[in-house]
Design a protein around this ligand. Structure first.
Ligand SMILES: Nc1ncnc2c1ncn2[C@@H]1O[C@H](COP(=O)(O)OP(=O)(O)O)[C@@H](O)[C@H]1O
Ligand SMILES: [Mg+2]
Length: 245
């Protein structure tokens, strides 16, 4: 995936979260954002997802600018992206299976029977078939998040955006969710991921962006960014988050 940001700016009232951010990545498969809380990672991800509109600047993906001006084009664009949030956002009154089939039928126009087949294949593949008829309340946090990921990939997105997919989980469920993301990655799914799991970031990222202070403070391949050559703010952050790891 080719990703270009040109002078991307986003403000909330008096607060400038992203200040003329520019970036040009030629071919990235798995892009990971790290950085301090409140630094703008979620904002950047939501802009890329077409869920927020920039005040200024452009986002260009595979040479196509995201058209924030047209609600209809934007809606079509969003349909091609999978998104997974911190907390699972599953519908509580639907089963795991129905949570996956609902967007396929309602948003993507699948026939119900075909949606069901697709969903069952995914559930099977990710060892969730036994959970198909359970409601979210009967599932563990890890299972819920894995169902949410299945729902996002069921639409066969061009790429998958994940915003701290493990941060709402009890620690014992983190690895099953990261394993699933790692599997998707190795199958060639393009990812943009925000995470506080530095070990995973290092292992799963082709390329890392350190987001904070209104922009991209540092960027590079993991071995560079985690190496000693990084920016002072990056080293300070890494020293803190890696202290007890
Ligand atoms: N909808 C919003 N309205 C007002 N301020 C917001 C909104 N969303 C985010 N912010 C502010 O923007 C800054 C960046 O937030 P965010 O992108 O969520 O950072 P991160 O994901 O890196 O923690 C924070 O100061 C946050 O309070
Ligand atoms: Mg965030």
């Amino acid at each position: 995936m080719k990703l270009e940001l040109r002078n991307l700016t986003k403000t909330y009232g008096p607060l400038t979260v992203l200040d003329r951010v520019s970036l040009s990545l030629e071919e990235v498969h798995s892009l990971v954002f790290i950085g301090p809380s409140g630094g703008g990672k979620t904002t950047l991800l939501r802009l890329i997802a077409g869920l927020e509109t920039p005040d200024d600047g452009e986002i260009i993906i595979n040479d196509h600018p995201v058209e924030f001006g047209s609600e209809e084009t934007l809606r079509e664009y969003r349909k091609r992206i999978g998104m997974v949030f911190q907390a699972y956002n599953l519908f509580p009154h639907l089963t795991a299976l129905e949570n996956i089939t609902l967007p396929l039928v309602k948003v993507h126009g699948y026939a119900p029977e075909r949606a069901r087949e697709e969903a069952l294949i995914l559930l099977e593949r990710f060892h969730l078939a036994d959970q198909a008829v359970k409601k979210p309340a009967q599932l563990s946090g890890g299972q819920k998040q894995r169902i949410a990921i299945c729902r996002a990939v069921a639409i066969r997105p061009e790429f998958l955006l994940l915003d701290e997919p493990t941060s709402a989980l009890d620690p014992e469920y983190t690895s099953e969710v990261l394993d699933l993301i790692g599997e998707l990655r190795s199958e060639g799914m393009r990812l943009i991921l925000v995470t506080h799991e530095m070990g995973f970031a290092r292992q799963a990222a082709d390329y890392l962006l350190f987001v904070g202070d209104g922009g991209i403070i540092s960027q590079g391949r993991p071995e560079i960014l985690f190496g000693k050559t990084g920016d002072e703010r990056v080293s300070r952050f890494l020293n803190k988050v890696l202290k007890y790891n």
